[in-house]
Design a binder for this molecule. Structure first.
Ligand SMILES: [Zn+2]
Length: 127
C-alpha cells in the first residue's frame, strides 16, 4: 500500500471522517469511537482521491496534527485502537511504539470508554 498521495486531507474527506465518528461535544477529551469498518481493531476509510483505504487514525493525525513522517507510526496514547481523537494520537518511531505497547500489556487488551467517559477494561479475543 502506498501513501504517496496521502499527504493532505481535503475538506470533503474531513467531512466524511466526521460522519463516521461518534463523539460527545460536551466531553471533547473522550475517545472518538470510529463507527466505520474496522480491520484488526483499527478503523479505516476508502479515499477515492488516493485510490485505496487509509487508516482512520492516520487520517485524523494528518488532518488535525500534521504530516505523517516516513518510518514513523501513529501511536494511540489511550490504547484504544478504534479511537480517532487527534489529541490521543502521537507520532513515534516504530521502536518506541513496540516498547511502550509491550509495557502497557498484551496487545489484545484494549481500553474502552463507556458513554459516561469511564474506562472499561476489556479483553478482545480472536474474532
Ligand atoms: Zn482515545
Amino acid at each position: 500500500m502506498s501513501y504517496e498521495k496521502f499527504t493532505h486531507v481535503t475538506d470533503e474527506e474531513i467531512e466524511l471522517f466526521h460522519s463516521r465518528v461518534k463523539k460527545d461535544p460536551s466531553t471533547p477529551d473522550q475517545c472518538w469511537e470510529w463507527q466505520g469498518p474496522l480491520n484488526n481493531g483499527y478503523g479505516y476509510l476508502y479515499i477515492k482521491r488516493v485510490g485505496h483505504v487509509v487508516l482512520s487514525h492516520r487520517l485524523s493525525y494528518l488532518a488535525f496534527k500534521g504530516p505523517l513522517l516516513k518510518k514513523m507510526v501513529i501511536d494511540h496514547m489511550c490504547c484504544n485502537r478504534n479511537c480517532v481523537n487527534p489529541d490521543h494520537l502521537r507520532q513515534v518511531t516504530y521502536q518506541v511504539n513496540l516498547t511502550e505497547n509491550t509495557k502497557k500489556g498484551p496487545l489484545n487488551k484494549v481500553s474502552r470508554y463507556d458513554e459516561n467517559g469511564r474506562m472499561i477494561k476489556q479483553s478482545k479475543g480472536v474474532q
